[in-house]
Design a protein around this ligand. Structure first.
Ligand code: C2E
Ligand code: MG
Ligand code: MG
Ligand code: MG
Length: 283
């Protein structure tokens, strides 16, 4: 019986593995199609300055609604795009779509800063900073309209090359944020080395900050460290008003999280943005 149970669970496991493998193949196969068939879109999540209660902009996050698989989380398909050599076409799409949106907003008299997420592979392209600069200039956008977010992991893949590319972004005047801070391997050494402007503390340390004393201690210390280096600090994934209060007391600069807003489609985001900045309600 024991043996039968085991072979059953192995069979179930194998079936699960096969399904996962097929799903991944499908995702990799369909990525280029998704681009050409408008299955992708961007959503925007506000970044709020909690010392002034002002929203200066947002982060773009990609969404893919697959005709058969439904909503595919970006964590899943971005990783597969990276492994299958498809990430640059996605990043290019994100960049172009963001710039188009920024240009549209600018024509409506709305100026803001939008951050895009870049992958490790993008940061090995020494031409990218100048391409982005050109794109901003040709759309009559200020250099501050766009900023970039990169993870520590992305930097460590090929540190020398990546640091040179980041330096180029910095020279042009494009702001750089380290994303998911605290989840990489050598946070402190890299903070010293990298030409960054902003550090985003990972959601895993933030989500229970109002109940977990250890997380509170980690976040407090991280904020002191980051601010001590004269960098701006963002807390990701704040879900409660209590979280805002705590982070404000800890001197955190910027918050992103469901407590303010989930990522929104462009038109909904602008409605939120204008309402938020017009109301004087201190959250
Ligand atoms: P990230 O850049 O660290 O983005 C933050 C993630 O946390 C987003 O998930 C966002 O929706 C989620 N989030 C924000 N506030 C809250 C909150 O209060 N509660 C909870 N539970 N979640 C919150 P999303 O959109 O699923 O993206 C996941 C990751 O996928 C991103 O992490 C980023 O690494 C990657 N990604 C998304 N869009 C792009 C893209 O256009 N290009 C690249 N290269 N990566 C992207
Ligand atoms: Mg990000
Ligand atoms: Mg993050
Ligand atoms: Mg993340």
């Amino acid at each position: 019986n024991q043996a039968r149970m085991e072979s059953l669970s192995i069979a179930t496991y194998q079936q699960g593995e096969d399904e996962r493998y097929l799903r991944e193949l499908m995702i990799i196969r369909d990525l280029p199609i998704a681009l050409s068939q408008a299955q992708l879109h961007l959503v925007f999540q506000p970044k709020v300055d909690i010392q002034t209660n002002h929203c200066h902009g947002a982060e773009t996050l990609i969404r893919w609604l697959h005709p058969e698989l439904g909503f595919i989380p970006p964590d899943e398909f971005i990783r597969l795009a990276e492994n299958s050599g498809n990430i640059s076409i996605i990043s290019e799409w994100v960049l172009n779509t963001t710039i188009k949106q920024l240009a549209k907003w600018q024509q409506q008299g709305i100026s803001l800063t939008v951050a895009i997420n870049l992958s490790a592979h993008d940061l090995t392209n020494p031409q990218l900073p100048l391409d982005i600069e050109q794109l901003l200039i040709s759309n009559n956008l200020p250099i501050t309209a766009l900023s970039i977010e990169v993870t520590e992991g992305a930097v460590m893949k090929d540190a020398q090359t990546v640091i040179a590319v980041l330096q180029q972004f910095r020279n042009i005047g494009i702001s750089i944020a380290i994303d998911d801070f605290g989840t990489g391997h050598s946070s402190l050494a890299y903070l010293k080395l990298l030409p960054v402007n902003e550090v985003k503390i990972d959601r895993s340390f933030i989500k229970d900050i109002h109940t977990d004393a250890t997380d509170l201690m980690i976040v407090d210390t991280s904020i002191r460290l980051i601010k001590g280096l004269n960098l701006s600090v963002v807390a990701e994934g704040v879900e409660s008003a209590e979280g805002i209060d705590i982070l404000r007391k800890l001197n955190c600069d910027i918050i992103q999280g469901y407590v303010y807003s989930k990522p929104l489609k462009a038109d909904d985001f602008i409605v939120w943005f204008q309402q938020f900045n017009q109301s004087n309600v201190p959250f």
